[in-house]
Structure formats: C-alpha cells, structure tokens
Design a protein. Structure first.
Length: 654
C-alpha cells in the first residue's frame, strides 16, 4: 500500500446522533427566554480510555463561546444544557476528546483498590501535570507546580496518593490539560429564541369593518378600540384583524360569494388592492395610519397585541398588476389567471407567479411589506396560505426579518399535509394552524397529536382554532351550544396556542350556507355584519374563566408534556399537562358527545402525574370549584352536557 493510500484520522472520538438537530443543522430549533436547551449525543472512542466533552454556545454577535461540561448518561450517551436569556439566534456545538489524565486517575484508583504498587504510576501522573504547567494561567500555575513537586519527590506515599486523587487537581487539569485528539461537532446548530407569546397565546379574530355599534354601518379603527375592553375581559392577548387594505372594485364579490355586486357591497378583504393602494395602504373607511397606531397603543394598555393578515395575492385593481405585469402568470389569451382551489373560484384574486424571471425583485418587494408594517408597530402576522409559496422564499424572507426583528411572530395558515406544515415551521414560522377543526373523535384527536405535535416539539408550535371565517364544521353546525363549549375547552387546553373567530364563535353562530358546506351563511367575508354582543347564550363567561385558568396554570402554557390517558368510554377523552417539576398538574376530562350523558372509568398513567400507586389525591375542578377525593389510577367520571361537558382538574397531592 502506498503512502498516498493511507489516510490517518488524528482523532479517535466519534460524535453521533446529536439531539436536538434539524436537518443536519440547517434549521433552528425553537425556545423562549429562560428555557434550557438540553443537548444529547452519542460520544465514544475505540479502546478503554476515558472521554471528556463540553457543550459550547454563544448568541450570534457574541465574540466568545461559553461552555459547560457534558455528563455521561451511560451506554455512550452524553448530555449537557445551557439557558437562553435573550431574543435572537444562538449557536451551539460539542467538543469531545480523549481524557488521558482522567484515564490515568481512574486506573490509579483501581490499582490502589487492588493494593498494587503505584509509585511509578504517580510519576506518570507527574508527567501529565508537567505538560499542563506549560498551558496554565497565572492562577493555576503555583498550585500545579507545588503538586508536581510533591509527586516527584520521595514524600510519604499516602500523601502523594491523596494529592493525586484530590478533586482540586482534577479541576485544575480540566482547565489546563491538553485535549488529545479533540473533535468538534459543529454543523451550525442554531436556536431561535422567540417571544413567550410564540409558545403561549390566545387569539381573537374579528373583522374591523363589522365593529360598528350601529347596524349597516362600516366599522372603523375607533370602533375596534371601543371593542378592546370586551376582548381583553375575555382574556385574549392577540387581536387578529383580517386584511385592512383597500378592496378591489373589479369583479367584486357580492353577499355569499355571488358574482354580482352593487356599489354598496364592501367586497372581500382578501381581494387586496384598489386605486387607493395595495399591501402598504389602509382601507379609507377604516381610518388613517394615525388611527391604526392609536389602536396598537390602546390595545397594548389592555395587554393585547394587534396581529394583521399578510396575504400575498392581489386583486385586478392592485397597483402591482400594471406596475409589474411580469409578476403574474398569463393565459394564452393574454389575461391573468385568477386564483382557484377547485371547486372554489376566486375571480377577484390574482396569485403571484414566484417562478417569474423577475423573482428577485418580487421577493424584495414582499419582504418590504413585512418591514413596512413592522415600522407601523405590528409584531405579529397571520400569513395566508404560505404553503402555496416556495419554501426557499420563506426561509430567506423570515431569516432576513428576524435578524433585525427577533420579536416578530408569524402564524402560518397552512391547512395542508403534515410534512408541508412541519417544513414551514422549520423555515421559520413560529406557529401553525392545525387539523383541529376537523378532529372531533377521540381517536382522531390522539392520532393527529401523535402525528403532528409529538415528533416536532423542537420546532413546530401548533395553534388550535375552533373556527375561522372559512370553517364552520358540521360538529358545530349540528351540536348546538354544547358543541361550541366542548370545542372551546379542547382547543384552549390541548393547545398552549389557540384561537377563535368571533363574535360568531362566542355567540354560537351555526348557520351554514347550505347543507354539506362549511361556509357561513351571510359570511363576513363578503358583507358587513352587526353583532349584538350581549346575548344571554354568549360563551363569554366560559371563555373568560378558561383563559384565566390558562394564565394561572403554567402546565397549560406549553405542549411539551401533553399526555393522553385511557378512558373506557369512546366519547370521553382524558389528557394531562404538567410542568417539568410536576408542581402544577392539570387533568382534563371531556365528553365529546354534545347531546348525551356518558359515564365510565378513566385509567391514569400515574407516573406521568408524579403519583404513586394507591396514593390518595384531590382533584379540584377549576370550572365549578368542586373537589373530589381520588385514589390510584382508576376513577369514575360522569359528564352530562345539560350540567357540564368537561372537567378541568388541578391535581392536589394529600
């Protein structure tokens, strides 16, 4: 074999199966300020030498790395952790090496226990210390020299052994001993540290044009300001407004999505653009930019953030249509292809062509839309149909935005395949709509959680919505007020992030356009609605109570420790959430049948709740303040929709 065929590997260390790590370090995992980032890896080498490893991290922009020693978990698995404290991006990496001094120290202990002569071994240890002396700083140098002197003399053997095995020496050598064959695992592993509201939030959606207190009147930002106490009293912290831009006049839709309209019809807000402007303009009937800034300021005083809709599509009247015709796909007759989602047709909307030769200019313009509204004070965006735009665009755009504005939160309205939803999260979306509106059976809820949420805790944050302007599912249409109650409790407790489209939800609006349709009759998407918010059947009291429960119980503020428990009745679902140290334990038991009473036994996974077999504990229903004494894993529940549809229990140990 020639020398050219020999390739020496100067390290014997292997670092493998690093977790968390997304796509080999290409994408960032997600955390919030104060969170620990726990990193594990398989670290091993040939032979029987001891290994040492450190986890290093720094915030992007810091000059120096910080580090902490990793500990062996056994079977070649190692773990280390660091805490993130600021918004922005952190990077982390692992270093591991053959620990010659640690190996010597380990073997010395074994020889001493076997009552062997270790005088020569002590001299070998002295050689390690001599090497470390050459690398020591001013603080370590005197003590290392003194230790070296003792080990090399004819001092009492027991004294020499004591100093060789002293933990102080081990700590000094950790700092000064050479790292033999050190290997660095660095594939660009990144942590995006997001606002707490990215992990825990309650959203309320409303159309500002329907906020007026006088029927048949176009609402304004001032009307929305007047609505703020109502929304804040229910306990929401994000108020989401559908598009607030000028609306097309060409091909404007009439009531219930009809193709005919008259001048009094307001059109669909998602048909963005008119003579007054496009994505950087405000519908004149809503108010001015000054009014909008006042809305943001007033909302903040109520603890509310304003979120707006970003829909990258245009109406036939949008300025881009004439200024940048190259951004649109043309049909053979020269006309622009309008949007379709068969069988639905959106004649008043043109999609953008992301495959245009002028894609760079298009991308820059779209990014500038975000930047424009950030300058106006908006930090939260709900993004319409992001799965119909290129992943590469979002990866670039979001990274650019968050490099300057790490406080920004993006909610993806992506009702699509699981892998697509996960990819959107990887490229930067903080939250995502889920299949929750259509998961009404126990097995469906559990299966979709196992499919969508459990595998993706490090990067995917689900947002469970009870309804949207497009989605009034059959369960709500036919289940009555109780169905709304059940779906709300499930959304607000299964998900740390959830949302409702109101006022139709809290007022239990259930009239569909037609049988088999999920479209609302007389939908706000196409007309202005007047809402009487003081109706006696409103769910406002329940919503307020549950949101208060969410804020008072940290277990409900994360999805990390969501666990399902067995219930004998298929119409009863049971699940728990706990804090990491199990000082807050919430158990939810719900009847999924909005019409009939169901009873049965539930079987708790006691270890998940920090409870012992046979232990007596109290369950305190936070909804009605009733308390029950339970023992062990199996307990009886009874849920009658006429009385209560669910328990939200806080578990109190005796």
């Amino acid at each position: 074999m020639s020398k050219k065929q020999i390739k020496w590997n100067l390290t014997r260390v292997v670092i493998d199966r690093v977790s968390p790590e997304l796509n080999g370090g290409r994408f960032a995992i997600r955390r919030c300020p104060g969170d620990d980032v726990v990193v594990e890896a398989d670290i091993f080498a040939d032979g029987h030498d001891e290994l040492s490893a450190v986890l290093q991290w720094r915030k992007v922009g810091w000059r120096n790395w910080r580090e902490t020693a990793m500990e062996s978990l056994g079977n070649d698995r190692w773990r280390g952790a660091f805490q993130v404290t600021e918004l922005g991006r952190y990077v982390y990496r692992i270093k591991a090496w053959i620990d010659r001094f640690g190996t010597w120290r380990r073997d010395l202990k074994k020889r001493i226990e076997a009552e062997q002569d270790v005088s020569v071994d002590l001299l070998i240890g002295a050689e390690f210390i001599r090497t470390a002396v050459g690398r020591a700083g001013a603080k370590q140098l005197p003590e290392l020299k003194n230790t070296l002197k003792i080990l090399e003399t004819e001092a009492n053997l027991l004294d020499r052994i004591d100093i060789a095995l002293d933990e102080k020496l081990a700590n000094l050598m950790w700092d000064c001993c050479p790292h033999l064959g050190e290997l660095t695992y660095d594939k660009g592993q990144t942590v995006q540290v997001e606002p707490l509201r990215a992990r825990f939030s309650a959203w309320y959606e409303m159309f500002p044009r329907s906020a007026a207190t006088i029927p048949d009147t176009h609402g304004t930002f001032q009307d929305v300001i007047n609505r703020l106490p109502y929304i804040a009293e229910m306990g929401f912290d994000v108020l989401y407004l559908p598009p607030i831009h000028p609306i097309a006049r060409t091909l404007r839709k009439g009531p219930n999505n009809t193709l005919e309209s008259d001048p009094s019809d307001p059109g669909c807000p998602w048909a963005i653009g008119a003579s007054e402007g496009g994505h950087k303009a405000i519908h004149p009937d809503l108010g001015t930019f000054g009014d909008f800034k006042v809305l943001i300021e007033r909302a903040a005083k109520y603890g509310l953030d304003i979120a707006i809709d970003i829909a990258f599509q245009v109406s036939p009247d949008h300025p881009w249509v004439t200024e940048h015709p190259e951004w649109f796909r043309k049909r053979p007759d020269g006309s622009i292809q309008y949007a379709e989602n068969p069988p639905k047709k959106y004649q008043d909307i043109y999609p953008l062509n992301f495959e245009t030769p002028k894609w760079r200019e298009l991308w820059q313009e779209l990014k500038s839309v975000f930047e424009f509204w950030i300058e106006q004070g908006v930090k939260i965006f709900r993004v319409d149909n992001p799965h119909t735009k290129p992943f590469d665009f979002w990866e670039w755009c979001i990274k650019e935005i968050k490099s300057k504005h790490p406080e920004v939160i993006l909610l993806a309205e992506a009702f699509t395949c699981p892998k697509v939803m996960h990819q959107l999260a990887r490229v930067g979306f903080n939250q995502s709509y889920t299949y929750f509106p259509w998961k009404n059976n126990k097995w469906e809820i559990e299966a979709f959680t196992n499919e969508m949420i459990y595998p993706a805790f490090d990067f995917y944050r689900a947002s469970h919505w009870t309804n949207t302007p497009d989605i009034l599912n059959a369960y709500l249409q036919h289940g009555g007020r109780t169905a709304f109650t059940i779906r709300f409790i499930l959304a607000a407790t299964l998900g740390a992030n959830y949302g409702i489209y109101g006022p139709p939800f809290e007022l239990c609006l259930k009239l569909a356009l037609k049988e088999g349709s999920e479209e609302y009759l007389d939908s706000e998407k196409y007309q202005i609605c007047y809402w009487d918010l003081n109706q006696p059947h409103s769910l406002k009291p329940l919503i307020s109570k549950v949101n208060r429960i969410r804020r008072e119980n940290p277990a409900l503020q994360s999805d990390l420790r969501l666990r399902f428990h067995k219930a004998d009745d298929d119409q009863i679902i049971c699940y728990s959430k706990t804090t990491e140290n199990q000082d807050n334990i919430i158990l939810v038991v719900a009847n999924l049948d909005p019409r009939y009473k169901h009873t049965g036994l539930i079987h708790l996974r006691l270890a998940e709740l920090g409870l012992d077999d046979g232990e007596v504990f109290q369950v305190h229903d936070l909804l009605d303040d009733n308390r029950y004494a339970w023992r062990g894993a199996t307990n009886y529940v009874e849920l009658d929709p006429l009385l209560r549809s669910a328990h939200i229990f806080s578990i109190v140990r005796k």
